[in-house]
Ligand binder design. Structure first.
Ligand SMILES: Nc1ncnc2c1ncn2[C@@H]1O[C@H](COP(=O)(O)OP(=O)(O)OP(=O)(O)O)[C@@H](O)[C@H]1O
Length: 662
């Protein structure tokens, strides 16, 4: 009994919440209407049309390009639940990416919103895109994710009272109840089931009540009951007046019946567009009748895949269907094609190409400039709340994540403490002995390598994992890239600093470096600056490369940095033509700064516990490693410049990466 009760608690559809105006699903035996979201769309969504859409992707150097969508056309009426169907590789996700505006490069053709050229920035305000993989913050609970999303997505025009309402969680609770997540408000996203994660993704986007929702394969990975519940919810949202467009592989007969509009793709061409109940008559008309008792959705996919040999080759069948539906132009199979009857002026279509802010300049350099944000802006969509609010919310989110992330926080500090103790034991009291100066010099280099590698590698490993979430949230206008980047830097700062401070104190004391405050503070400053430079390099690599490539590139670029640091070969002995390289190595500034801190500044002669101590007078070491004429301020400036420049470059690379993905 208890198990049954627990199970029923988890059931999304709540029978006692059934209201008279709720969706009654026709054409099937589903009688489980879901709880209806009370917030109706504020206005009718626009009629969405596309004409002659062609999508080409480059395949690489000398490999030409591939055309994924071949001049497809189509129309999605306001308030319809549209299924974009087709076999794997047909181009469904590509079409969705283009319609949402997520992909703009390599796209030709026209997209119209209410018969006018679509202005992407305005369109994005009306729509949201829920991608196939659930891009959720794993460490945040359902309620935290919802609250933070509400604080980012609800417009600044929302009155204080309304905002208060959000804070009071009425809206959030309503959405969660509608989606059957009310019993999981304190569960972290990483612990939710696949279906619950999918529903949370929908819940997050429902917060600002979008007019058009695009969903890529919302039923993938769900069992049949969760699929039905998910589709019923989408249908009820569509019946309230929203346009819901989703891709789906091969729906069951009952799911197929839920859609009001079906768009079938095969090999990048449209093989059917119209009402679901008109698919069978359409197939009859073109001489490919659907056998009795067959699910038309299964049959049309079979035709698209060429599994029915008796009726012709796959190419012939597909061509027959493409001709029958005029590659998506034929509107005869719509249930109500009236809104599409008004003819559209060709100049409108022309204007849509010329004026649409999707357009990306064609020249390589202009495109690069635009993608880096220097040239004409590709994307003028703005976020709902101020930069300051975005920063505040992202900092709160970062704080929660840092508190809960054992790898990023506790392990980072622990590793610094452990390595500090190990190095301290290895170089025990080497700092004040004239006989162990070279040993101490090696310790300084080891400190640099530790600070560089631990910080850089951890950032390279963790930053790319955030990329997919960043792409989704940024595209859905939660926050600007600037706010995200600044918040990431601020959130990382205390942990990185803390780890470095612990490490420096331990190693400084254990290795008996000079116990003078000014030397210690300068040593700490240089250690911190080296850590921040390493983190900036980690950000730069993490922004540009995947984890796999980053873990290769990180150490590879560190080798020349070490070479030019002046450790193995002193700065004086480095060949003249290679000297400029030393100015590019931040480790050079780090090593020089540390050596000057420990042995410069007229340090008195060192203790000597042997018969002869070659470096008893610290100046001797400075002369030998060619640092006797070096100035500390140059090293500090060099390191600060590295931090600032690398962070700016990393920001623009991140910006470029995001735009180039589109
Ligand atoms: N950037 C790209 N470079 C090369 N090929 C690509 C690229 N993007 C998509 N494709 C190819 O285009 C075709 C269509 O891809 P798309 O993801 O749109 O198909 P789909 O119908 O959504 O497939 P699935 O249902 O399996 O997700 C596939 O063959 C895919 O390999």
């Amino acid at each position: 009994m208890a198990a049954a009760a627990a199970e029923s608690e988890d059931v999304w559809v709540k029978q006692d919440d059934v209201q008279p105006q709720q969706v009654v699903v026709t054409n099937n035996n589903l009688t489980n209407p879901s709880k209806v979201f009370s917030r109706k769309p504020i206005k009718s969504p626009p009629l969405l049309e596309f004409e002659d859409l062609k999508y080409t992707v480059p395949l690489g150097l000398r490999r030409g390009s591939k055309t994924i969508l071949k001049n497809v056309s189509g129309s999605f009426l306001p308030g319809s639940l549209v299924a974009i169907m087709g076999p794997s590789g047909a181009g469904k996700s590509s079409l969705l990416d283009i319609l949402t505006g997520y992909k703009v490069t390599g796209v030709n053709g026209s997209i119209l919103s209410d018969r006018q050229p679509r202005v992407l920035s305005a369109f994005r305000r009306l729509s949201c895109y829920i991608q196939q993989d659930d891009r959720l913050q794993p460490l945040l609970t359902t309620m935290e994710s919802m609250t933070l999303a509400a604080n980012l997505k609800l417009s600044i025009e929302v009155t204080a009272k309304e905002k208060q309402r959000t804070v009071n969680q009425e809206l959030i609770m309503e959405i969660l109840e509608t989606l059957g997540l009310e019993n999981h408000i304190n569960t972290r996203a990483s612990q939710l089931s696949g279906g619950q994660r999918k529903r949370l993704s929908i819940a997050l986007e429902l917060i600002n009540n979008p007019l058009i929702m695009f969903l890529d394969e919302p039923t993938t990975g769900l069992d049949s009951s969760s699929c039905t519940q998910c589709m019923q919810l989408l249908r009820s949202l569509a019946q309230q007046g929203r346009t819901i467009v989703c891709t789906i592989h091969q729906p069951s007969a009952s799911l197929f019946a839920l859609f009001s509009h079906v768009y079938v793709l095969a090999e990048g061409q449209c093989i059917y567009q119209g009402a679901n109940e008109k698919l069978v008559p359409f197939l009859d008309t073109i001489g490919l009748p659907c056998p009795a008792y067959n699910n038309p959705a299964d049959y049309v996919i079979e035709l698209a895949c060429g599994e029915s040999d008796e009726i012709g080759t796959n190419a012939e069948v597909v061509q027959k269907m493409v001709q029958g539906t005029e590659n998506g132009r034929n509107i005869n199979w719509f249930k109500n094609p009236d809104p599409l009857m008004v003819s559209i002026s060709r100049s409108n279509l022309f204007a849509s190409k010329a004026n649409d802010d999707d357009a990306v300049p064609t020249g390589f350099f202009s495109r690069l400039l635009v993608q880096c944000g220097v040239g004409k802006r590709v994307d003028t969509a703005v976020q709902e709340t101020s930069q300051w609010n975005q920063l505040k919310v992202l900092l709160t989110r970062g704080y929660i994540k840092t508190k809960r992330d054992t790898t990023l926080t506790y392990m980072r500090v622990l590793v610094n403490v452990i390595v500090g103790i190990m190095l301290g034991l290895l170089f025990w009291r080497s700092g004040n002995q004239g006989s162990r100066v070279m040993e101490n010099y090696k310790l300084l280099f080891s400190i640099l390598i530790h600070l560089m590698m631990t910080t850089m590698m951890l950032t390279i490993l963790t930053f790319p994992m955030e990329m997919s979430i960043l792409m989704k949230e940024h595209f859905n206008r939660w926050y600007s890239l600037k706010s995200y980047y600044i918040s990431t830097m601020i959130v990382e700062l205390p942990v990185v600093t803390l780890g470095c401070v612990f490490f420096t104190i331990i190693i400084y004391v254990m290795s008996a470096q000079p116990m003078e405050w000014d030397r210690f503070l300068m040593f700490l400053l240089i250690s911190l600056l080296v850590t921040y430079v390493a983190q900036s390099i980690g950000l730069l690599i993490g922004a540009l490369f995947s984890v796999t490539n980053g873990t290769f590139i990180g150490p590879v670029i560190s080798v020349p940095m070490m070479m030019f640091a002046g450790f193995g070969v002193t700065l004086r002995d480095i060949p003249r033509y290679m000297v400029p390289g030393t100015y590019l190595s931040y480790l050079r500034y780090g090593l020089e700064g540390m050596v000057l801190t420990i042995y410069g500044g007229n340090r008195e002669r060192l203790d000597c516990d042997a018969r002869y101590c070659h470096y008893r007078y610290p100046d001797k070491l400075l002369r030998e490693v060619a640092m006797d004429e070096s100035e500390m301020y140059v090293d500090i400036i060099g390191l600060v410049l590295n931090v600032v420049l690398l962070r700016i470059i990393a920001y623009y690379c991140l910006r470029w990466k995001i735009k180039s993905e589109r």
